[in-house]
Design a protein. Structure first.
Length: 221
């Protein structure tokens, strides 16, 4: 099967939904969107990448994690530790040839799981995310715990504060050319996660899908 379809996965806290793209066999990419509002701004872009991967014969999933997307867990009850546990359960369900495709703070979710490799786009440390959340909250004049319309628990904020992306194993870091931090490759494009509304960049998505495809091929050889 190569089309888009809905599926589910189970973890210790319940059942979450996911979208599946491309074939079920072979290497499978697990896409993790950024946390909170950046997820809404990048979902269409991520789907464009996953569709392009499907066209090259690589399957993928775009899951909801506890407290995010269409999850039955309320955002205020979300914990980074639970989201990581859900990621582990999903990867175990998919099998040993799973690869991470994590965008921004999505790279904080694939920490504790055994994967064939990790491909990170502009990975963001949790400390930077918390700083941005606090700055946005203060600018909007919101009360403590309310960030861009989302209520976040002290536990979630504390877990994020100390969280960093996975640094070992087989990992490829990709950034936009305007980002001066170290990277294995850079591409021209606008940071969609910074925009006020959801957007897409088809050309960039195609370039990134080709990068991912070639990288997975090198990992599999």
């Amino acid at each position: 099967m190569t089309g888009l379809r809905f599926d589910t996965y189970d973890w210790s806290g319940g059942r979450e939904t996911m979208l599946r793209f491309g074939p079920d066999g072979g290497p499978i990419v697990i896409a993790a969107l950024p946390l909170f509002e950046e997820a809404n701004r990048t979902r269409r872009f991520a789907c464009t990448i996953l569709r392009a991967l499907a066209e090259s014969g690589i399957g993928s999933v775009l899951p909801d994690f506890p407290g995010a997307g269409e999850s039955s867990v309320a955002t205020v009850d979300a914990k980074l530790s639970d989201q990581r546990q859900a990621y582990i359960a999903l990867a175990q369900q998919l099998g040993a040839r799973s690869y991470a495709l994590s965008i921004r703070s999505g790279a904080l979710l694939d920490i504790d799981v055994a994967l064939a490799g990790r491909w990170h786009l502009a990975p963001q440390p949790g400390e930077d995310l918390v700083r941005e959340l606090e700055r946005t909250r203060a600018a909007a004049g919101k009360s403590d715990g309310e960030y861009a319309g989302n209520l976040l628990s002290p536990t979630m904020l504390a877990e994020l504060q100390d969280a960093v992306p996975h640094a070992g194993g087989r990992r490829r870091i990709v950034r936009l050319e305007t980002d001066p931090r170290p990277a294995d490759a850079t591409y021209i494009g606008a940071p969609l996660w910074r925009r006020s509304e959801p957007g897409n960049d088809i050309v960039l998505a195609q370039h990134l899908a080709a990068d991912i495809s070639h990288w997975i091929a090198s990992c599999e050889s």
